[in-house]
Design a protein around this ligand. Structure first.
Ligand code: AGP
Length: 613
């Protein structure tokens, strides 16, 4: 969850690392720190709080060097404080480390090192790693050997960067288990290390992604990759097409706002090159879905966390309705432990923006063990989820920086729709006219989304009406039940208003007791097959004094007569309606949080990639 950055080259490392950390702040913002080697000595600046505090500190007491590492922290062990901020120094002062992950056996390692006389300076689990490296460096091992020996003690999953004054020509980095990625950017006589690409995209688009169990020895003019026990590894360099400008806020005040508005482009790119409108066919070559496999699959399990799981719920309806294959959707943290019944005729489809979410990766591992076909829909190129899949669909959204996911929700909705049509086509379960109609509907998506975005001023007015409430209930049904979950998640995570998504039909079984004039109800009621069922929900809420905000199809006078406020969406083919109905809810949550003066892009306690369990 933390962000790590490293630089080695001819330039001043400090601004490069601080800029990189700025782009990784979404991974954690409890504290930030930087270490460089200056005049043969390690200089560290670090403090609790966001990166701005570190920048202040660096301005007060500058540090300069041509090799350095930085860290932005999402605290697990040890409170957010200066003493627990990374980078951490080894006892001898010759080695310094930044870390992402959890040392599961840190208590026993700490006792062992304390017994040897090491005085710990922090309450973190991380510090044991650097003290172990320090121990082996003092036994005259080389830097790489010392790191290897230290890593051999560790349980858990880790992304690590290390510097040593004993060998100032290299950064040692490692990825152990699934604690999030380590990516190395190749430059001209300079190299970059980061836990996520946006940190270094402005410097390099030639990337090497470390696999789990690999160490990278990064020098100015070259990279060596080896296994944890030192065997050389042949690695691939990837040219990344992501535009560095996409990781900038541009004219927008917040990344979330920018990313909401990028959905016309991201959905155009999602469809582009994958749809032959003349033939009425879908092409997803990286999914590796052959006609034989399509016939053989008798069940699909979708697994994901958070927003991605809501996309998965929509996917269940789409695949079952279009391809007539049974689908189970399970959140990854449950799936991984429930001993699911899988075999070689099952496909497990993981959905993940980051491709590094610990629970999702563990769920994929469970599927792999049980011999299921492993698919993923992933945004971050080169991420673990993408690499371990038998086939994948790459989201075409570009980097998503806002912690609240928006464009990485709508892209997989369209990916799932395309997957369902392709699966149905290969199984022969769609007649030609239906198939052509479903494919033709995809052409409408960018324009429909654009029309939703044009209605932002009206949504903002509703935000003014709702911004001071403490609770909010979102109701949806059928294919738009997950829209209710997603709308509620957006609101709660950035505005801190308690919001619940609920299946509308379940209201009368309990939650209706909550309704009064202090509980606004957001009802998702587009013209989908569940449309008429939603009237009674609105009536029941109104009868109990509830304020009703309806998401409804333009021109729907019935709903507008019933509801207090309406968030309009253009008429949308029902199977694609979750793509449009969610847009006003994203905008609503955004404006409510902004009006409440909150930090929209970095909500408290959250991190963009959840790489711990
Ligand atoms: C949603 O706004 C959150 N950022 C969160 O629920 C997120 O979707 C979840 O952590 C899954 O992340 P992933 O898509 O990177 O796996």
């Amino acid at each position: 969850m933390c962000g790590i950055v490293g630089y080695i080259g001819p330039k001043d490392a400090t601004p490069i690392i601080l800029n990189g950390l700025r782009r990784l702040e979404y991974r954690g913002y409890d504290s930030a720190g930087i270490a460089v080697i200056e005049g043969g000595k390690i200089e560290v600046r670090r403090d609790a709080g966001k990166l701005d505090r570190l920048v202040e500190l660096v301005n007060e007491v500058p540090l300069h060097g041509q090799i350095g590492i930085g860290h932005t922290r999402w605290a697990t062990h040890g409170e957010p404080s200066a003493r627990n901020a990374h980078p951490h120094l080894g006892a001898s002062g010759t080695v310094v480390l930044a870390h992402n992950g959890i040392v599961e056996n840190y208590i026993e390692l700490r006792e062992e090192l304390s017994a040897e006389g090491v005085e710990f300076k922090s309450d973190t689990d991380t510090e044991v790693i650097v003290q172990l490296v320090d121990r082996y460096l003092s036994l005259e091992m080389s830097f790489v050997e010392a790191a290897q020996r230290a890593f051999s003690h560790l349980k858990g999953a880790h992304g690590i960067v290390l510097l040593s004054t004993k060998e100032t020509d290299k950064i040692v980095t490692a990825r152990i288990g699934n604690a999030g990625g380590v990516v190395i950017g190749i430059g001209q006589g300079e190299m970059f290390v980061a836990s996520d690409m946006p940190a270094i995209l402005e410097h390099s688009r030639q990337m090497v992604f470390l696999e789990s169990g690999q160490i990278g020895v990064v020098k100015r003019d070259g990279l060596a990759v080896m296994t944890l026990d030192g065997k050389p590894v042949v690695f691939d360099e990837h040219t990344v097409a992501w535009d560095p400008v996409a990781a900038e806020k541009g004219e927008y005040r917040h990344f979330m706002h920018k990313e909401i508005h990028e959905q016309v482009r991201s959905l155009t790119d999602t469809i582009g090159g994958r749809v032959d409108f003349d033939a009425g066919r879908i092409y997803l070559p990286q999914l590796n879905l052959t006609p034989e496999l399509a016939q053989r699959i008798n069940k699909v399990f979708i697994t994901a966390c958070g927003t991605a799981s809501h996309a998965g719920m929509v996917g269940k309806t789409l695949i079952e309705r279009i391809a007539r294959v049974p689908v189970e959707m399970d959140i990854a943290s449950e799936f991984r432990y429930r001993d699911p019944i899988l075999d070689e005729n099952t496909a497990v489809l993981a959905i993940s923006q980051s491709g590094e979410t610990a629970d999702t990766l563990a769920a994929m591992e469970e599927a792999r063990q049980k011999k299921a076909t492993l698919w993923s829909i992933v945004n971050v190129i080169g991420s673990q989820a993408m690499r371990i899949s038998d086939g994948y669909i790459s989201m075409q959204t570009g980097p998503e920086i806002g912690v609240a996911s928006t464009k990485a929700y709508t892209a997989p909705l369209v990916d799932l729709y395309m997957l369902a049509v392709l699966l149905a086509d290969l199984r022969g379960s769609l007649n030609e006219s239906n198939r052509r109609e479903l494919v033709a509907d995809l052409r409408l998506v960018p324009d429909l989304v654009s029309r939703c975005l044009d209605l932002e001023p009206e949504v903002e007015e509703v935000a003014w009406a709702l911004k001071d409430f403490s609770h909010c209930l979102y109701l949806g049904r059928g294919i738009n039940m997950p829209t209710a979950y997603e709308g509620a998640l957006k609101l709660k995570e950035i505005s801190y208003i308690h919001a619940e998504g609920y299946p509308a039909g379940e209201m009368k079984h309990g939650p209706i007791a909550l309704i009064d004039e202090n509980m606004p109800i957001v009802v998702i009621a587009p013209r989908d097959p569940w449309y008429e069922k939603m009237f009674s929900q609105i009536e029941q809420a109104k009868a109990r004094g509830g304020i009703v905000v309806a998401v409804a199809t333009e021109g729907d006078d019935v709903i507008s007569a019933l509801a207090d406020h309406v968030l309009w969406v253009p008429p949308t083919p029902w199977m694609l309606s979750p793509v449009t109905t969610v847009i006003p809810l994203q905008i609503l949550a955004y404006h409510i949080a902004a009006l409440r003066g909150l930090d929209v892009d970095q909500p408290r306690n959250l991190a963009k990639s959840v790489t711990v369990e």
